[in-house]
Design a protein around this ligand. Structure first.
Ligand code: PLP
Length: 343
């Protein structure tokens, strides 16, 4: 499967509904846009304020800046983890899950163990734990999972992390955690605070609406962060306007709640549309919804694209699937109109 960025690059430039890369059209916030405009005059300076951003995140999480590595989005940090752990051994992941880290690790000859999801399309933690062995260098857990939108039971994930991490490090990709009703409760940041061998990746690309601005970070034990930073450019890759925008956006609850409510309204409209057309879907905890198709996936995507609606297709569990990212209401309406013709 393509990454979100590759899918966009391959798509038609003029889309009525851009529903193929899990972006957030409700961001960035007005405050972020003002911060960007205000910072332009000082762009001759290197982005030293990334230190302030690391401190702000550390304060919120009860950690130190040494626990945090910032970079231009979380993609460079997935690459750093792929390089570091992919040279040590194998990577375990879900099937399907976000394939960026594993695909990069394969370039370093890392064997990939992709464990099929449960019957309700969640990462199968029990099966993953059973299949772990001394050759596994890293377990990659995407929670909520892309592309299925499913979220793990927090207590179950906590237990998994406590049992597995003393033997094998775990990379938890929380790109979509901000879409949950209680992100703090569902996050594995507490495991980092307790000294466990986990890495937690976060991005501003999703709920904060920064996909084009590029700010992300990974949180872990300071020794591990040092090891990973050998393979990352780090905070120097983030432009000063993006840093300023992140500083005013981070945990801006007013903006976050508004963007979340708009996303949930569009998601509900999409689910109602699918139901009305006689389709099932996987209940989603993120800004995208996966549903099984009744026709060939590639043909479906091509027909939707002809109508200016960009979506993506997958094949797993013996079915053809479509993933629709959540957009503005007019985009969801464009999806509904095209879907009525194509399905
Ligand atoms: N992790 C997951 C699960 C994603 O879906 C994406 C992008 O869609 C990323 C990481 C990378 O995003 P970014 O590099 O913009 O932080």
């Amino acid at each position: 499967p393509l990454t979100e960025q590759e899918a966009l690059a391959a798509a038609a430039p003029a889309l009525k509904a851009r529903l193929l890369a899990n972006e957030n059209p409700f961001g960035p916030s007005e405050k972020a846009k003002r911060a960007i405009a205000d910072s332009v005059a000082n762009c001759y300076q290197y982005p030293a304020q990334s230190r302030e951003l690391a401190q702000k995140i550390a304060d919120y999480e009860g950690l130190t800046p040494e626990h945090i590595l910032l970079d231009a989005g979380s993609s460079p940090l997935l690459l750093a983890a792929a390089m570091h752990y992919g040279q040590k051994g194998g990577i375990m992941t879900g099937d399907p899950s976000y394939a960026d880290l594993t695909r990069k690790a394969e370039k370093f000859k890392a064997p990939i163990v992709a464990v099929p999801l449960t019957a309700d399309y969640k990462l199968d933690l029990d099966a993953m734990e059973k299949q772990l062995d001394a050759r596994t260098a890293l377990v990659y857990i995407c929670n909520p999972n892309n592309p299925t939108g499913t979220v793990l039971d927090t207590a179950k994930l906590k237990g998994f992390v406590e049992r597995v991490s003393p033997k094998t490090p775990i990379f938890i990709d929380e790109a979509y955690i901000d879409y949950l009703p209680d992100p703090r409760g569902a996050s594995m940041m507490a495991a980092v605070k307790q000294g466990q061998n986990v890495l937690v990746a976060r991005t501003f690309s999703k709920l904060y609406g920064f996909a084009g601005l590029r700010v992300g970070y990974v949180v872990g034990q300071p020794d591990t962060i040092k090891l990973l930073s050998q393979y990352a450019v780090g905070p120097m890759s983030i432009s000063a306007p993006a840093v300023q925008a992140a500083l005013v956006s981070y945990q801006d609850q007013t903006y976050m709640q508004e963007a979340l409510q708009k996303t949930l309204a569009s998601r509900q409209f999409l689910c109602d549309t699918l139901k009305r057309e006689g389709y099932e879907y996987i209940p989603s905890s993120a800004n995208f919804v996966m549903f099984p198709l009744k026709m060939d996936g590639k043909r479906f995507v091509d027909e939707m694209m002809k109508r200016g609606v960009g979506v993506r297709n997958w094949q797993f569990a013996g079915k053809q699937w479509c993933r629709v990212s959540i957009g503005r209401m007019d985009e969801m309406q464009a999806f509904a109109a095209a879907f009525g013709q194509v399905s």
